[in-house]
Ligand binder design. Structure first.
Ligand SMILES: CC(C)(COP(=O)(O)OP(=O)(O)OC[C@H]1O[C@@H](n2cnc3c(N)ncnc32)[C@H](O)[C@@H]1OP(=O)(O)O)[C@@H](O)C(=O)NCCC(=O)NCCS
Length: 177
């Protein structure tokens, strides 16, 4: 597996994934998501020091994209997101690329906590995060319109002090793993 900072070569794939209904359903985005918008978003993201976006490739296929957003070293917090290639979900890429990104975050930023939001019906994501030690910190009721319906959103948090006790904790971050 190879990891790199998200670059312009990844954008068409990113746009395709976000337009896949099963990915769109679980991401906090608004349609339409066009390639032109994605390119503009990336140009802004490159100059935004409060975020870092990754792309993971395995055997020349982009398998996952993760990111750290709202990097807030004053309060020691970052927000995490992930989407796995719709063609390669359920093959372990979500777990391994989340582990990498958490280790990267705790080793590279002066933070004590990673948090994230899920749609409450996103069982795959909730199970993944719980498996990695995230704790459900609350459910925000009727918190977002998705496809015209008000849905509940969950907020999960992972403390560094809990992460470093786990077998997933790694300090030697390799860009090929
Ligand atoms: C959620 C997502 C990141 C999981 O990645 P993935 O590569 O499909 O998952 P993995 O193969 O790494 O599986 C990791 C864990 O997720 C859970 N999981 C995966 N597929 C699942 C399914 N169909 N049903 C329930 N849990 C599932 C399991 O706990 C699994 O661990 P296990 O295999 O040891 O039981 C991925 O499916 C995805 O990108 N979904 C669309 C976008 C999204 O939901 N992003 C997260 C927004 S908060």
């Amino acid at each position: 597996m190879k990891v790199s900072k998200l670059n312009s070569n990844h954008l068409q794939e990113r746009c395709n994934w976000l337009n896949t209904p099963d990915v769109y359903l679980h991401m906090n985005m608004q349609y339409p998501i066009t390639i032109e918008e994605t390119i503009k978003w990336h140009e802004r993201a490159l100059f935004n020091s409060s975020r870092f976006d990754f792309a993971f490739e395995h055997q020349d296929i982009i398998v996952s994209m993760t990111g750290l957003t709202n990097i807030d070293t004053s309060n020691g917090l970052v927000e995490f997101y992930i989407m796995v290639n719709p063609e390669t979900q359920g093959q372990g890429y979500g777990k391994i690329t989340t582990e990498f990104t958490i280790n990267y975050a705790f080793n590279n930023y002066n933070i004590h906590k990673i948090y994230l939001y899920t749609n409450n019906f996103n069982e795959r994501a909730n199970k993944l995060y719980e498996k990695l030690g995230f704790q459900l910190e609350g459910t925000m009721r009727k918190h977002k319109f998705k496809n015209g319906v008000l849905i509940d959103r969950c907020i999960y948090g992972l403390l560094k002090e809990d992460w470093i006790k786990q077998s997933y904790y790694e300090t030697d971050i390799k860009l090929e793993f």
